[in-house]
Write a protein that binds this ligand. Structure first.
Ligand code: SF4
Ligand code: NI
Ligand code: NI
Length: 708
């Protein structure tokens, strides 16, 4: 059978099913029932991106069918077949939308189905840092479960985000593959239509990070092809619907590799019958390069294990977490005093356990030396310890400094993991990630109670204190250089962050010290110094040289920024921000909502709705993406009156920022306990009741100049 005929036949099957389902849902719910996927601001995102039309009701689904049919014109040219693929994708989205209309929860754990906007935004940072180097979509069923697990685990160890569709899900479950969105292995669903949920992820990346206009399908295709490094693997016999879906993938720039013979289309559709070569073939055709440091320990080490949780019952040993002391320190030393590669354990190892879970005191001291190393980089390196330990399979790390909390799982202990292995990982990662500043590194782990206690007093506390003092003096006024960060340009081409001591990158992951260290590590890389010259308005945070730097780094897209204003030339957003802030005019202030918060805010919008108002490196006065840490800063929209403008935040966010926010508000306005004057969802989320609360508290925003 010829390839085009297969695609057309697959498309016909989607069309039949979609038409029947639309008919059914209209019969059941009438024409006015709302149609939507959970927590997205982009309606039916694929159809919205392709056509610019937001489909929101059951009645409009008929229009959606017509829009899909507009791509159907069978013929002998490749574009005819690819258009049939596009039609299939739109029809699959209609089918899935009907499922979500007929049932609130059509996909139940472990199936994922639709991903929310917030879930996609959370992938932003790992994607731009190449921590997630690509996206694999596995469809079908491998010849046996072991093969499936081997392939999925290898993708996982390489850091890829892997989506599963079909019986391969059961195979992965059978082999105990660690799955879940945090572990980067996501089971979409059993039916082929569910593959649309990963297409939706790619398309929304284009809408969110790329700020590509809905309806400009050519631009969306260019975005997904060039910036979303996805590909498809099809196992076992394919059917017509799978191949039609494959055509849709190819049209977006995602090549497909099949196990069963198919007529190949070079670089787009490949046949790879040898299971042991499918990963190599896929990575090659998508040009995905993996940088791995192979570390010789008994368990896996991969960024995909970062999200792994270790529950009480699975725990073999535990350090910290209020049961014992646990702290960590990176310190700079001179070259001569370090023996590179030395890993030492002082005290008992975990195999001396007399009971499980085994609670031991713990300290890890990482000594580093290098010609370009600076004391300022110590905390930057130290914060990475959290990630390095978390990358170890069966090791969970929480916290930092002397509130570190580490768990080691039973399974990993049984596979032979010991404390020195943790030291080995820290050593290898330090050398790999910080190669230009760390020439020599040695790791000492202490579990001896007396030493852990003594060194905490003599070594750790004085260091922490000195750093805190340094940070306290690190305010924007005291430096003559800011840094630009353009890391997110791989996804948001026009976006630039200006990172200052008081305003960290909106992703929350890049502080001024991080940016400074990044510049040292990679002199021509993503972070570049920006002189704080040519002051135009100190209040609003406008400097000629800063604006110039943004103009250059954004290729002319943005030519003027004010760092401390959200109304006048505010800093742009890429899409991966931790928080979004938007104006609540009647309260004369702003609401801030963090990515994790799913409910509606008093401005009538969710995080996703608010977030969709900005992004892609475009300046949108009145909306600002920012990091959590910025909330305690005296520079937070200081042009508009500062922190006193904050009238509403989710409770969790309030509690997280309370200490710094209270201290800053006390200093700025002489107010005690300012955080408690801010409303949250446990108090009120309706405009009117929020206002009543603010009035009862005498919230300062109410007496400030009108915000707009
Ligand atoms: Fe992206 Fe800004 Fe964070 Fe850099 S600082 S990674 S540009 S969000
Ligand atoms: Ni882990
Ligand atoms: Ni970003």
């Amino acid at each position: 059978m010829n390839l085009f005929k297969i695609i057309y036949s697959g498309k016909d099957q989607y069309l039949d099913l979609a038409e029947n389902m639309v008919k059914k849902v209209i019969e059941e719910k009438g024409k006015d029932a709302p149609v939507k996927f959970p927590s997205t601001a982009y309606a039916l995102p694929v159809i919205y991106a392709i056509t610019g039309e937001k489909i929101t009701t059951t009645g409009e689904l008929e229009k959606a069918l017509d829009l899909a049919k507009g791509f159907i014109h069978e013929g002998n040219r490749l574009q005819n077949a690819l258009d049939a693929g596009t039609a299939s994708a739109m029809l699959a989205e209609i089918i899935e939308a009907v499922k979500y209309t007929l049932d609130d929860e059509p996909y139940k754990a472990p199936l994922q189905g639709h991903l929310t906007d917030a879930q996609i935004r959370a992938f932003g940072v790992p994607l731009v840092t190449q921590d997630i180097p690509g996206v694999a979509v596995i469809i079908g069923k491998c010849k046996d479960s072991k093969t499936a697990a081997d392939i999925i685990k290898e993708y996982q160890e390489k850091g890829l985000l892997t989506f599963l569709v079909g019986e391969v899900i059961d195979q992965a479950i059978e082999e105990n593959v660690k799955m879940g969105i945090d572990l980067r292995v996501i089971s979409l669903g059993y039916e082929i239509e569910s593959v649309i949920h990963v297409v939706s992820v790619a398309i929304r990346a284009s809408l969110i990070f790329g700020a590509v206009e809905p309806g400009d399908f050519e631009a969306h295709k260019a975005y997904t092809k060039n910036r979303v490094k996805a590909f498809v693997n099809v196992f076992d016999d394919w059917d017509d619907k799978i191949i039609a879906a494959g055509a849709a993938a190819i049209e977006l720039g995602f090549p497909a590799v099949t196990e069963t013979f198919i007529n190949e289309v070079p670089t787009l559709l490949l046949h790879q019958p040898d299971n042991s070569k499918v990963i190599e073939t896929s990575l090659e055709v998508r040009n995905i390069k993996i940088k791995v440091t192979k570390i010789d320990i008994p368990v896996g080490v991969a960024s995909a294990f970062e999200g792994e949780r270790i529950r009480k019952n699975d725990m073999y040993a535990e350090f910290g977490g209020s049961k014992t002391k646990a702290w960590e320190l990176v310190r700079m030393k001179d070259m001569a005093s370090i023996e590179d590669g030395k890993i030492e354990l002082v005290g008992p190892d975990i195999d001396t356990a007399d009971k499980v879970p085994y609670n031991l005191p713990f300290a890890v001291v990482v000594d580093v030396a290098g010609k370009s190393m600076e004391e300022d980089f110590e905390p930057v390196l130290e914060r990475r310890l959290h990630y390095f330990m978390n990358y170890i399979e069966g090791v969970m790390h929480i916290g930092q400094r002397n509130i570190a909390w580490i768990r080691v799982g039973k399974e990993s202990f049984e596979r032979g993991l010991r404390l020195k292995d943790i030291g080995k990982v820290i050593y290898a990662k330090m050398k790999a990630e910080f190669d230009t500043v760390v020439d020599k590194c040695q790791v000492t782990i202490y579990t001896d109670k007396a030493q852990v206690e003594q060194l905490e007093q003599e070594l750790a506390f004085p260091k922490y204190r000195a750093r805190d003092e340094r940070l306290a003096t690190l305010i924007d006024e005291n430096v003559d250089t800011f840094y630009s960060c353009t890391l997110c340009q791989s996804f948001a081409p026009a976006h630039v962050c200006i990172v200052t001591p008081e305003r960290l990158g909106l992703c929350g992951a890049v502080s001024w010290l991080d940016a400074k260290a990044t510049k040292e590590l990679d002199p021509t890389g993503a972070c570049q110094p920006v002189p704080k010259d040519g002051v135009e308005d100190e209040e609003k945070g406008i400097w000629t040289e800063v604006s110039k730097a943004v103009d250059v780094a954004s290729q002319g897209a943005v030519s003027r920024v004010s760092l401390y204003s959200i109304m006048e030339d505010p800093m742009t957003s890429c899409g991966c921000f931790e928080c979004i802030c938007g104006i609540m005019p009647e309260a004369n202030g702003v609401v801030i909502v963090n990515r994790e918060f799913g409910d509606i805010t008093p401005v009538g919008m969710t995080f996703g709705d608010l977030a969709s108002m900005t992004g892609g490196g475009v300046q949108t006065p009145g909306f600002m993406g920012h990091g959590r840490h910025f909330i305690g800063s005296k520079k937070f929209m200081s042009a508009e009156g500062g922190l006193a403008r904050i009238v509403w935040m989710p409770k969790e966010l309030k509690d997280d920022v309370r200490d710094r926010l209270d201290a800053a508000a006390k200093e700025m306005y002489g107010i005690d306990g300012f955080t408690d004057m801010i409303c949250d969802e446990t108090i009120a989320s309706e405009s009117e009741t929020v206002l009543e609360f603010l009035e009862s508290k005498g919230h300062p925003a109410l007496t400030l100049d009108p915000i707009m």
